[in-house]
Write a protein that binds this ligand. Structure first.
Ligand code: RP5
Length: 163
């Protein structure tokens, strides 16, 4: 985590979500985007969740990446209390492999959007990339880094060899 003032908040329902949500943090690290990461549970710390969401904009955050598993209410409830973009990551649950998390997060009723990503690490990494893309709208240097990332990714595929 950088010493600069965070512009992205990464929150998750439990520290058991961190191995997944680390992929979002790693992406932000790669792009030099300052972020904070902490556990905020919809069910176990509801007052903290509301406080976090209510104060996020005034603290300077531009987006919140929220990951949760099971009955994953965190992204939707946070979105209900802030007008910042909320990026929801369904964490792979033990009982239902994250199908429950995905449906809980993606099926928001009209009026309160949560941008929902794939289950697990790929979703977390893409949420990080999506936050970078949002910030790049007002940051030409970050937009250049995003283009360079895409170019490297394209080249890596072009360079792939098969046995
Ligand atoms: C959710 O319950 C968390 O987001 C986590 O994915 C799941 C299990 O939490 P722990 O029992 O591991 O703390 O609230």
């Amino acid at each position: 985590m950088s010493e600069q003032k965070p512009v992205v908040g990464i929150i998750m329902g439990s520290n058991s979500d961190w191995p997944t949500m680390k992929a979002a943090a790693a992406m932000l690290d790669d792009f030099g985007v300052p972020y904070e990461a902490r556990v905020v549970s919809a069910h176990r710390t509801p007052d903290l969740m509301f406080e976090y969401a209510e104060q996020a904009r005034e603290r300077g955050l531009k987006a919140i990446i929220a990951g949760a598993g099971g009955a994953a209410h965190l992204p939707g409830m946070v979105a209900a209390k802030t007008t910042l973009p909320v990026l929801g990551v369904p964490v792979q649950s033990r009982a239902l492999s994250g199908q429950d998390s995905l449906l809980s997060i993606v099926q928001m009723p009209k009026g309160i959007p949560v941008a929902t990503f794939a289950i697990g690490e790929a979703g977390a990494a893409n949420a990080g990339l999506f936050a970078v893309a949002l910030l790049a709208n007002d940051d030409a240097a970050l937009a250049d880094k995003l283009l360079a990332f895409r170019a490297r990714q394209t080249q890596a595929v072009l360079d792939m060899k098969l046995d």
